[in-house]
Design a protein around this ligand. Structure first.
Ligand code: ASP
Ligand code: MG
Length: 261
């Protein structure tokens, strides 16, 4: 879909939207990227510990909540974030529009709490992107072929970001984190951990197998299947182009689009 219109997907996790003020900082990053990319699609997670809080709220009402209803509840966390982010951009004079996963055409299996993305039909997003608007999508959620609201499993917003980038043929996904990038071992435990500049998908899987929780592993698999480059970088130093870690194939081969299996 129009790969010559240069597009980027920006993903912000729960830690980067843990306070009301954080939305304004993220809006600045988005506006900076908008100067370079004509199509900017933003994916956000729920604020801070919102998802955990919603789960414990559900458990107080019913220790064994129906999974369909739990998905209905948990999908709200990301909806709070998208609306607030659109408001933060509006406060800076930029029109942005927020969309839920189902509005964005994220089509999933019907496995509540662990749904896989089987297709993306972003028909509602494209007209806004073509009009130069910033589009903000709720991570972690979709709609099953049966029309039910689903969630993708904990940490699933990363996979939403990659699926959208694949569908819209974006140049890459940038994941803004509270770390400088991906290290060869956990920098919080090992002082001699090295920051890595570039990794293949295979190397990224090896590091994640050793326990690094940098990205949702399903998103790396989806990126590998579609040869989509991923970048992990610190949100506090987003202007420094050289910072961060890139995950990509040395040769970017053109593959036909495929989603999760
Ligand atoms: N908010 C969801 C979770 O905490 C999804 C995500 O953060 O990616 O698992
Ligand atoms: Mg979260």
């Amino acid at each position: 879909m129009d790969s010559n219109k240069n597009g980027i997907v920006l993903k912000f996790g729960g830690a980067s939207v843990s306070s009301p003020e954080a939305f304004s900082s993220i809006a600045d990053i988005i506006l900076h990227r908008k100067k370079k990319y004509s199509r900017v699609i933003v994916v956000v997670s729920a604020m801070g510990d919102t998802t955990d809080e919603l789960i414990s709220l559900a458990n107080k009402v019913n220790p064994n909540p129906p999974r369909r209803e739990l998905d209905m509840l948990l999908s709200v966390g990301e909806r709070i974030s998208i609306a607030l982010l659109a408001m933060a951009l509006a406060a800076k004079g930029t029109e942005a529009l927020s969309f839920t996963g189902s509005q964005s055409g994220i089509i999933t299996t019907n496995d509540h709490a662990n749904a896989k993305i089987v297709n993306v039909k972003p028909h509602r997003l494209i007209p806004h992107l073509n009009k130069d608007k910033i589009v903000i999508v709720a991570g972690f959620q979709g709609m099953s072929l049966e029309g039910e609201i689903t969630t993708l499993g904990r940490g699933g917003s990363d996979t939403t970001a990659v699926a959208l980038a694949v569908s819209l043929e974006a140049e890459k996904v940038e994941f803004f984190k509270d770390v400088l990038g991906i290290y060869d071992k956990d920098p919080k435990i090992y002082q001699n951990a090295n920051l890595l500049k570039e990794l293949s998908y295979k190397e990224a899987f090896e590091i994640m197998d050793k326990g690094a929780q940098v990205l949702h592993s399903r998103c790396v698999r989806l990126a590998e299947k579609n040869s989509l480059p991923l970048k992990v970088l610190p949100f506090s130093r987003f202007l420094e182009e050289d910072l961060g870690t890139i995950i990509q194939d040395t040769v970017r081969s053109k593959k036909s689009i495929s989603y999760e299996d």
